[in-house]
Design a protein around this ligand. Sequence first.
Ligand SMILES: *[C@@H]1O[C@H](CO)[C@@H](O)[C@H](O)[C@H]1NC(C)=O
Ligand SMILES: *[C@@H]1O[C@H](CO)[C@@H](O)[C@H](O)[C@H]1NC(C)=O
Ligand SMILES: *[C@@H]1O[C@H](CO)[C@@H](O)[C@H](O)[C@H]1NC(C)=O
Length: 192
Amino acid sequence: MFFFWVPLTLCLMVGSINALLPTFGACPDVKTIEKLNVTMYLGKWYEAERYFSISDFGAKCGTFNYSKEENGSLKLLSSQISSLTGVESSIVGRARPIERADDPKFTVSYPSLPIQYPMPHWVLGTDYDTYAVLWSCSNVGIFSMRSAWILTRERQPPVPVLEQAYKILDKNQISRAYFSRTDQKNCPTVTN
Ligand SMILES: *[C@@H]1O[C@H](CO)[C@@H](O)[C@H](O)[C@H]1NC(C)=O
Ligand SMILES: *[C@@H]1O[C@H](CO)[C@@H](O)[C@H](O)[C@H]1NC(C)=O
Ligand SMILES: *[C@@H]1O[C@H](CO)[C@@H](O)[C@H](O)[C@H]1NC(C)=O
């Protein structure tokens, strides 16, 4: 029960930024890119679409900003704005490549949370300049907790950019039906 409780609680605490969708069955096989050029991947991304979750209601303008700290560790700043209150919230995550420096499979943990649980954070595809597709899945008993994101460099990406991301989802048989578009309209220009 503990293993179920941890991701579930974490999911509630991190809120919509990292909300996970509990799904019956184990994590599916997905294919990441072979190597990630971290330098090219760094910087700001806009959340174009994400796996739907209850806590998404009223969250807009989601952004991810990856940066490298002086000691070489990777920081992920995720921000969003409540469409109800207009208040911005953000959380800092520490990203660690699982095996090698150019491993597209990361874990991200959140030092500000009372529970430290390294969440999988896998890059399924990216061209670095326009889109990235992220996948996160943890097995918890007979369930798996899943999340996925389509990130784009532009706040309002042109359709062909999204289509490239959809191709990655299709190739991995990740249903697009679970995705919802993130509202990126009327967002302040200076958010991290
Ligand atoms: C990553 O990309 C940068 C910029 O294009 C390049 O200079 C660097 O050699 C690349 N790193 C690796 C490990 O391929
Ligand atoms: C790197 O520095 C950050 C703060 O600047 C710290 O939180 C983190 O734990 C450090 N990482 C390592 C591996 O020392
Ligand atoms: C991303 O985060 C880094 C480090 O906190 C910061 O220096 C940089 O200005 C941020 N970039 C954007 C576009 O917000």
